[in-house]
Design a protein around this ligand. Sequence first.
Ligand code: MLT
Length: 408
Amino acid sequence: MITVNENFLKLQSGYLFPEIGRRVKAFANNNPNANIIRLGIGDVTEPLSPAIIGAMHKAVDQMASKKEFKGYGPEQGYDFLIEAIIANDYKTRGVSLESNEVFVSDGAKCDTGNIQEIFGIHNIIAVTDPVYPVYVDTNVMAGRTGQADNKGRYEKIVYMPCTPDNNFVPQLPTDKVDIIYLCYPNNPTGAVAKKEQLKVWVDYAKENKSLILFDAAYEAFISDNSIPHSIYEIDGAKEVAIEFRSFSKTAGFTGLRCAFTVVPKALKAYTKDGQAVEVNQIWNRRHCTKFNGASYVSQAAAAAIYTEQGKKEVRDIIKIYMSNAALIRSTLQEIGYEVYGGVNAPYVWLKTKNNMTSWEFFDFMLSNANVVCTPGSGFGSAGEGFVRLSAFGDPANVAQAMERIRKL
Ligand code: MLT
């Protein structure tokens, strides 16, 4: 008899975005004339920039040439990309990395989901609430949690509420935790963490031999120079943190797929009897066993982002999304909404009106403005009463969505 991994049966409803897709599809079927504007999932709408497309064309031609064709590449990624990452994303911010500390992959979603596999099942994990659901669901699947309660909170996970009162940066937990997931600029609240706030976490992790899993997928949207782009800008962080980055939002790679994870050699985890083990080696072992590398074409495309032309083009596209964010923020503020985020992050976090729940507000917006948002409660119980609007829409659609919401 085949048995299932019963941990999967603990998961609450469907994954958030397919569930939203299902509801939007049902609405569209019943309202075939509705012109629906999607500001729900954070999916980019601007095409890849010319420098990236040029690099891809060249890479495709190489794949057509007997001499230059590439089969399997290094599982960890091509040196040309890793070197460009280290020189541009880290060296410029005073962080030195060795090339074997960077692992190129096909997405930060996969990496943030897979990383927990290499850590013991009895680690206590701490997540912010609201949180990107992948961190929680993958730990549930692995069996690191108990059942969910009626608020959808799983036993054995430490939830750290992020609310307007703490500017969406959590306080240290009172219980000792082993693995802490942090995401800044934050998905979903659009909040950022200052250096001194991240230092508190790094110090905690050092003191408690804990690990920080730092998701920096949205760092390219930071405009305030005082905000750190990498956790490694904090002294000592290499001993306690893994960092995840993605080209998805930075450069429009959601459909192309390329990302990377930094696992410093200084980072140690421990055996039950307290022996220190290099996490980099374990992740490398896992990566080589389960992954055959991101495609050459997408890595060539990613490397083009680091050319002078590529940098400029990518910055211009980010400006488009951030002016969407500014429009969303200002419109909603003008009509009396309580609004957060959207300044150093492409997400705007909005308090619903009239005590509507997140899903009630989602339905209200969909039915009355034909605009799709993401219910805050889908990111955790502290997100109840909020929704998230993505700034990744087409500017004309975002402007139209704001006009419709203004008239509600
Ligand atoms: C989101 O909307 O939260 C993101 O697009 C999801 C993701 O990056 O996987």
